[in-house]
Design a protein around this ligand. Structure first.
Ligand code: GLA
Length: 386
């Protein structure tokens, strides 16, 4: 891929690239929709992601070409003349990054040529948008000598999504893309930003990712709706308790807290957040103590919480979970924002081949879509690769 991205750069710009970078996508083991509620998450980065080859320019133009969106051609942004409205293409990430840096008074005095190519499957829900934003910030930081600290990159990347792209996401994706380490899962408290890298040794099990091949872009508004709903629930509870976010509600107090809310939908949202935080704690302990079988049960339990209480699944994703369990997975659940994307499945290595075969047979009887799966391992976060 390094050779490929350098070649792409050469073809598009007519000279050699200076540097190449890689920003991975992420998988979340457990802790979904908790990160904008001050809760816990347990993600890791995978080996698929976005590659970039770059070179600085003498003027103040940023030229970017994405192989995956080649139909949109080369996008050019003048650092002195930023577009006011959204471009409605991937150039918006670039403009968002530039605007957020300018807002924080960083001096952007040099242009860049950038070629990018992604191995993340579109519609996989593996956080390609956070990968792109973090990647661009890292490139600006290094090449324009902004010296951004790692945590600063995380926060600025989140701000691009929240303030320029209108997605009210939490900090999980950006954080793990910067801090992920090979063979580790990142146990993160999204409120304090304290984190631990815990060994991810699955022993006789593997994580299998299955891609629903459906984009969740259309559903971004529903994502924001969930954020608004949890905020509404929090406001109600703040009349009774001195809390800053829903994750401060301990499991033992859940029933009491639910008693203060009359709206049935809001009750369900709170129940998901509180029980999900508990599941993250449990899975962390189970992983540390090598109780993988029980991890599977909790993953499946989390899926039903996301489906029934948080209502962010989809019929296709539910079906993928059902097929996985029928095919012998020890646990299965949707990951990420929901409404599409991928499922994460815990499968015994001894069953792996049988699982894939069985899954494929059932899937292809029901759907006329390609069956896209991969076995995933925890990898390092963003970095310069050459
Ligand atoms: C998306 C968001 C994250 C997080 C997940 C759900 O990936 O970008 O911040 O909220 O959904 O856990």
């Amino acid at each position: 891929m390094i050779k490929h991205i350098k070649q792409l750069f050469l073809e598009k710009f007519g000279y050699e690239a200076q540097d190449t970078y890689f920003a991975p996508g992420r998988v979340n083991i457990i802790g979904e929709h908790t990160d904008y509620n001050g809760g816990l998450v347990l993600p890791f980065c995978i080996d698929k992601g976005i590659y970039a080859a770059i070179k600085t320019r003498q003027d103040k133009l940023i030229n970017i070409f994405s192989e995956n969106f080649s139909i949109q051609g080369m996008i050019q942004i003048d650092l002195d003349l930023l577009p006011k409205a959204l471009l409605n293409n991937y150039g918006d990430y670039l403009v968002g990054v530039i605007k957020v840096l300018l807002k924080h008074n960083y001096d952007l005095n040099q242009g860049l040529d950038i070629a990018i190519s992604s191995t993340l499957h579109v519609g996989g829900g593996l956080s390609s948008s956070a990968a792109l934003t973090v990647l661009l910030l890292k490139i600006f930081s290094d090449k324009l000598k902004l010296n951004l600290a790692q945590l600063e990159i995380v926060k600025l990347a989140k701000s691009v999504e929240n303030n320029y792209l209108g997605v009210k996401c939490g900090i999980m994706d950006q954080f793990v893309i910067v801090f992920s380490k090979r063979d580790k899962a990142l146990y993160l408290n999204t409120k304090t930003l304290d984190f631990e890298l815990i060994p991810l040794n699955l022993k006789e099990y593997s994580f299998v990712l299955i891609n629903s091949d459906t984009s969740r872009k259309l559903a971004d508004s529903k994502y924001n709706q969930r954020q608004t709903e949890t905020l509404q629930a929090l406001k109600i509870l703040q009349n009774f308790y001195d809390i800053e976010d829903l994750s401060e509600i301990a499991l033992d107090f859940l029933d009491e807290a639910l008693g203060k809310i009359t709206d049935v939908v809001l009750k369900k949202r709170v129940r998901h957040v509180v029980t999900e935080n508990e599941r993250v704690r449990k899975v962390k302990d189970l992983l540390l103590n090598n109780h993988l079988r029980e991890v599977g049960d909790i993953l499946t339990e989390a899926h039903y919480s996301l489906k029934d209480d948080y209502e962010v699944s989809s019929p296709l994703i539910d079906d993928l979970v059902e097929i996985a369990l029928k095919s012998g997975a020890s646990g299965s659940r949707m990951i990420g924002g929901g409404f599409g994307g991928s499922t994460l499945n815990l499968v015994l290595n001894a069953n792996l081949e049988g699982f894939i075969k069985e899954f494929q047979t059932i899937y292809q009887k029901r759907y006329e879509k390609p069956f896209i799966y991969s076995v995933v391992y925890a990898k390092d976060g963003i970095g310069k690769i050459d």
